[in-house]
Design a protein around this ligand. Structure first.
Ligand SMILES: CCCCCCCCC/C=C/C(=O)SCCNC(=O)CCNC(=O)[C@H](O)C(C)(C)COP(=O)(O)OP(=O)(O)OC[C@H]1O[C@@H](n2cnc3c(N)ncnc32)[C@H](O)[C@@H]1OP(=O)(O)O
Ligand SMILES: NC(=O)C1=CN([C@@H]2O[C@H](COP(=O)(O)OP(=O)(O)OC[C@H]3O[C@@H](n4cnc5c(N)ncnc54)[C@H](OP(=O)(O)O)[C@@H]3O)[C@@H](O)[C@H]2O)C=CC1
Length: 262
C-alpha cells in the first residue's frame, strides 16, 4: 500500500531506466498507482513488453522503450521521443545498472569499462541529456540508484568505484542545477534487495540468503522498500533536499558483522 498522496504525483511524467525488472519495476508500479505516466527503458525488448502487459495492459500510461544507456545516440532518442509523445519529463530515475562478481586481480579492462560505462557514464549521459532537452528550462527531479559504497565492496570494486562516482556527480549537479529548479539525490540500497532478476545475475537466491545473517533486521530488503525511498525523494515532501544520499539497508552499514551466528 502506498504511503503517498496521489494528488502530488497525478499526471507527472516519469522516466525509469531498468524499469521493467526488480527495483525498477517496483518504482514503476508505485508511480503508476499514484497516477503518473511512466516510460521504462532498458536493453531487452521482451522484458519491457512483458512488464507493460502485466502492469498496464489497457492504457498508454506505461510505455516501454529500448535503450542501452551506454549509447549516447540511443539516450538522445529516448529523451526526445518521450518529450514528443508525453510533452514533459518531471522525474528521471536512473536505476538501470549492474555488475558481475570478480576479485580485482581478475577484472579485465573490457569488463572494467563495461561496468563503468553502464553505471557512471550511463548515468552522466542520462542526466546531461534530460537536462539539456527539458529540465534546464522546466526544472525536474532526478534520483540515481547506486550501491552503498561507504565501506568499499570487495568482489565488486569496479561497480563500487563507478557508484561512488555517481554519488559525487549527483552532489555537483545538485549545486550546478539548483537555480534551474532541478533536484538530484541518490538512493543507496545496501547489498541485498531480492528480486529474481537480480539474483539470476549471481546464480540464484543463495548469495542473497547467505547475507541475511549480516543484516540487523535479519531479513532481506524488498524492492518496494527501495521504491518508497525513491518516491519520497521525487515528491514535493522532499522539495528542499538535494545532493543527499539515502541508504536503504535496514541498518546494515552499522556494525555489519555483528551477530553472524543467528
Ligand atoms: C562476495 C559475495 C558478494 C555478493 C554480492 C551480491 C550482490 C548484491 C548487491 C548487488 C546487487 C545488484 O546490483 S543486482 C543487479 C544485477 N543486475 C545486473 O547486473 C544486470 C546488468 N549487468 C550486466 O549487463 C553486466 O553485468 C555488465 C558487465 C554491466 C554488462 O555486460 P555486457 O556483457 O553487456 O558487457 P560487454 O561490454 O559485452 O563486456 C563484457 C565484458 O565484461 C566482463 N564480464 C561480464 N560479465 C562477466 C562475468 N560474469 N564474469 C567475468 N567477467 C565478466 C568480461 O570482461 C566481458 O568481456 P568478454 O569476456 O570478452 O565477453
Ligand atoms: N538488488 C540489490 O540488492 C541491489 C541493487 N542495486 C542496484 O539497483 C539497480 C536495479 O537492480 P535490481 O532491480 O536489483 O536488478 P535487475 O537486474 O532486475 O535490474 C537491472 C536493470 O538494469 C537494466 N540495465 C542494465 N544494463 C543496462 C543498460 N546498459 N542500458 C539500459 N538498461 C540496463 C536491466 O535491463 P536490461 O537487461 O533489459 O537492459 C535491468 O532492468 C541496479 O543499478 C543495481 O545495481 C543496488 C544495491 C543492491
Amino acid at each position: 500500500m502506498s504511503v503517498f498522496r496521489p494528488l502530488l504525483f497525478k499526471n507527472k511524467v516519469a522516466l525509469v531506466t531498468g524499469g521493467a525488472t526488480g527495483i525498477g519495476k517496483a518504482i514503476t508500479e508505485e508511480l503508476l498507482s499514484l497516477g503518473c505516466k511512466v516510460v521504462i527503458a532498458s536493453r531487452k525488448e521482451e522484458r519491457l513488453k512483458a512488464t507493460v502487459q502485466e502492469l498496464c495492459p489497457n492504457s498508454n500510461r506505461l510505455r516501454g522503450k529500448v535503450c542501452n544507456i551506454r549509447k549516447e545516440d540511443q539516450i538522445n532518442t529516448l529523451i526526445s521521443s518521450t518529450l514528443s509523445e508525453l510533452g514533459k519529463i518531471d522525474y528521471l530515475v536512473n536505476n538501470g545498472g549492474g555488475q558481475y562478481l570478480s576479485p580485482v586481480a581478475d577484472i579485465r579492462l573490457k569488463g572494467w569499462d563495461a561496468v563503468v560505462e553502464t553505471n557512471l557514464t550511463g548515468t552522466f549521459l542520462m542526466c546531461k541529456e534530460v537536462y539539456g532537452q527539458w529540465m534546464r528550462e522546466n526544472g525536474g527531479v532526478i534520483v540515481n540508484i547506486i550501491l552503498d559504497t561507504s565501506r568499499g565492496i570487495p568482489m565488486m570494486a569496479h561497480s563500487a568505484a563507478a557508484r561512488a562516482g555517481v554519488d559525487n556527480l549527483t552532489k555537483s549537479l545538485a549545486v550546478e542545477w539548483a537555480a534551474n529548479g532541478v533536484r538530484l539525490n541518490t538512493v543507496a540500497p545496501g547489498g541485498f534487495i531480492y528480486s529474481p532478476t537480480a539474483a539470476a545475475n549471481y546464480g540464484g537466491r543463495d548469495v542473497f540468503e547467505k547475507a541475511r545473517v549480516g543484516i540487523p533486521a535479519k531479513r532481506l530488503g524488498t524492492t518496494q522498500e527501495v521504491a518508497s525511498a525513491v518516491c519520497f525523494l521525487l515528491s514535493p515532501g522532499a522539495s528542499f533536499i538535494s545532493g543527499e544520499t539515502l541508504k536503504v539497508d535496514g541498518g546494515a552499514n552499522f556494525f555489519p558483522s555483528l551477530d553472524r551466528s543467528r
